[in-house]
Design a protein around this ligand. Structure first.
Ligand code: ARG
Length: 477
């Protein structure tokens, strides 16, 4: 059998079978964690010096070696070899080539189990913070565009049937509040990952008086895991991230679905710039919203990544099990959310409103039928159920005869109910602009309410900015 030498060659008689190497490598994904891993080693080495395991010369050899390795990785000169399994082994091996057996001292009082836990905690902190910053930018743009587009009136939909008129800004601002909740969720993700697992060893702690408070301070963690078994077993920080990202992706997917619908010829309410769309290789007329479709399409992957990791962990006994290495793919794939957010940012920034079809849809969809029914209640003292019935009949008469509320002849209205023949009363109460202005309840679509909402949104953003997670320092210093 063709077998390879390993890190644990002392215990094992033979070498390991190639199938274990192929199935067992994680380096092709966790090379992405090189900064987190190097930073962890850098601070661990300083701690070993502090507790007397390394002398000054050894410390300096190790620290310089780690810096050199970082340069090699960044200059794409760092050899990757799946026989070395993971990022931890790669770095240890390279350090040994550079500084000799002293490199072996670096692994004193730690295990790859607490090392990978550290790397993934740092990564979750870094990514959640980047997501928060990106969402904040998008929120700012939504506010700007809502101010700019406040006088456009859109149909709102329930069941994808025209409901009532809304200011377009109101529709757009609905996404603002979703993104605010996404940010709050990501702040929680960050906070829960802000707990240091390093120094817990393989599972039970280590046989050295290691200084975990020093590690915590130097690695900028707010708290530390108080139980070593919990520290190396938990993947909660990754669950949280994947859940938070899945919800964001679902929000973005709904937004993309609306962009796709509203830019179709049938709706023609909005238009994306050419640079964010594609043409067809065969149909010359096409302008396809691929960016929105791709984002909608990628949502499934995030949801299944959350699902897949929960299932991986559900049957595992404490503490570390090799199954946990399967966290890497969902974790690394999460990064794609940043590009997706960039795509959303560009679309929100640049779409244009096409006014022409809006009014037609509002009229054809009988969007002010409810207002007319309410007017019968308020001004003609008709009970709402009856008013609803009268207007239902009016709409049916329009549909049967090819009219809208705006062009149905007075005679026909009168035949349905005498109160509908009063032109002043009638036109006043089917007016689209007025309908929007009548929604004066808080959270409604009257202009003053939306301006108020936007004001409130601005102060919400300012408040969030005050409690932003601090920057993650992965520099070797
Ligand atoms: N490659 C492993 C992972 O990524 C590192 C920890 C391995 N620990 C072990 N005892 N084999 O999870």
């Amino acid at each position: 059998m063709d077998t390879k030498e390993t890190l644990w060659k002392g215990r094992s008689e033979g070498n390991v079978h190639p199938i274990l190497i192929e199935l067992g490598e994680s380096i092709l994904l966790d090379i992405k964690l090189y900064k987190e891993d190097l930073k962890g080693s850098y601070i661990h080495a300083k701690m070993l010096y502090k507790i007397g395991i390394l002398n000054e010369e050894e410390l300096s050899l190790i620290l310089n070696g780690l810096k050199q390795i970082q340069r090699e990785i960044e200059e794409h000169k760092f050899p990757i070899n799946i026989e070395l399994e993971d990022i931890h082994t790669h770095i240890e091996q390279r350090l040994k080539e550079m500084i000799g057996p002293i490199a072996g001292k670096l692994h004193t009082g730690r295990s790859r189990n607490d090392q990978i836990a550290l790397d993934t905690h740092l990564y979750v902190k870094k990514l959640s913070r980047q997501i928060i910053l990106k969402l904040l930018e998008i929120c700012k743009i939504i506010i700007n565009r809502s101010e700019e587009l406040i006088d456009f009136i859109f149909p709102s939909y329930t069941h994808l049937q025209v409901a009532q008129p809304v200011r377009f800004s109101h529709h757009l601002m609905a996404y603002f509040w979703m993104f605010i909740r996404d940010i709050e969720r990501m702040i929680f993700v960050f906070e829960q990952a802000n707990r240091l697992p390093l120094g817990c060893g393989a599972a039970t702690g280590v046989n050295y008086e290691n200084d975990r408070l020093f590690l915590k301070k130097e690695l900028n963690f707010k708290e530390l895991y108080e139980n070593s078994m919990d520290a190396v077993s938990s993947r909660d920080h990754i669950f949280n991230l994947l859940y938070g990202i899945s919800v964001i992706a679902v929000h973005l997917s709904r937004l993309c679905e609306e962009i796709i619908l509203f830019s179709s010829v049938e709706f023609s309410f909005i238009e994306l710039p050419d640079s964010l769309t594609t043409g067809s290789s065969i149909m010359p007329q096409k302008k396809n919203p691929d960016l929105a479709e791709l984002i909608r399409g990628k949502t499934g992957k995030f949801i299944s990544n959350l699902n897949s990791l929960l299932i991986t962990v559900k049957g595992l006994p404490l503490t570390y099990n090799r199954d946990l290495q399967e966290d890497r793919k969902p974790l690394i794939e999460s990064e794609e959310i940043l590009k997706i957010l960039e795509g959303i940012h560009l679309m929100i920034l640049s779409f244009k409103i096409k006014e022409k079809k809006l009014e037609k849809s509002l009229q054809k969809g009988f969007s002010t039928a409810t207002d007319l029914a309410d007017a019968l209640v308020q001004k003609k003292q008709i009970p709402f159920r009856e008013a609803h019935h009268i207007i239902g009949k009016l709409v049916k008469t329009c549909v049967d005869n090819g009219y809208t509320l705006f062009d149905i002849p007075q005679e026909l209205r009168k035949s349905i109910h005498p109160d509908l023949s009063d032109d002043n009363f009638y036109y006043e109460n089917i007016d689209i602009q007025k309908s929007v202005e009548k929604k004066v309840s808080r959270g409604g679509t009257a202009k003053k309410r939306i301006l108020e909402q936007i004001q409130y949104a601005k102060s919400t953003l300012e408040n969030i900015k005050k409690s932003l997670p601090e920057e993650i320092d992965l520099d070797l210093n």
